[in-house]
Design a protein around this ligand. Sequence first.
Ligand code: SF4
Length: 274
Amino acid sequence: MADQTKDNQAEPEKKKKIVIPGRPKKRLFISLLALTMVLASALLYGVWYIARPGLSEIAPVLPTVVGGIFAVIAVAAVLSLINMAFAVAGLCYLPFLRRQSYEFVNLLFPLAVQLGRPFGIGKRKLEGSFIAVSNLLFSRLGIRVPADRLLVVTPHCLQLATCPHKITRDPNNCKRCGGCDIGALVALSEEMGFHFFVATGGTLARQIVYKTRPKAVLAIACERDLMSGIQDVYPLPAVGVLNIRPNGPCYNTHVDMAEVRRQLERIIIPKGNE
Ligand code: SF4
């Protein structure tokens, strides 16, 4: 009997000091994106300039048509970047250009990563900066939803590795022993009324989104998963909270619960005001 009781309890994690990381710099992402855009425009111009004689041999109008298309792409990119920078700076911006901004970010992000390397800017740092920009755009749009239309998703690594309870299909199986942050999140979901799920990967996360049909998502994960997750659920607005990894990646991770609560209070419309 004593053994059975032991089986039902998670082994407590060896206490390690949990350091909450500093906030990533938003301007890092914007600056690198601006530089990438300048280089991409120069590249487009170079391609057009070299291809021009060949194009005019096919049809005299082709250089103008191709040049026009390239110019439209460059102008759209500039507008998206300016719009994003205005939003980040708290100035007047055009919310309808948000989609273009995301697509533009998707397109140029791999190039920005390559460009950041010689300056010693790692991919993770850049992803963190992207999330900060994305979160800011989310809050500038003033998106607020009723609690039952908000989905909170966390990765499996937030659960204590030695915990014997299966929480991926039903987080309510958590016994709230305090061994990890899952218990606090389950309690918070009960208190505030949002949907809470623990996903083992992108496929399950997408299934959960399909099933719960939220109007907004709050995701807790590492930079890489947040970056891809935010883009995966688009056009659904998503806000990301970075996990904390005192034990290395994907193992007994944590989250700043005060930050989660702060974000939730900003997104959820208080009962009675829906
Ligand atoms: S809080 Fe829940 S998930 Fe975490 S170790 Fe305890 S029982 Fe397991």
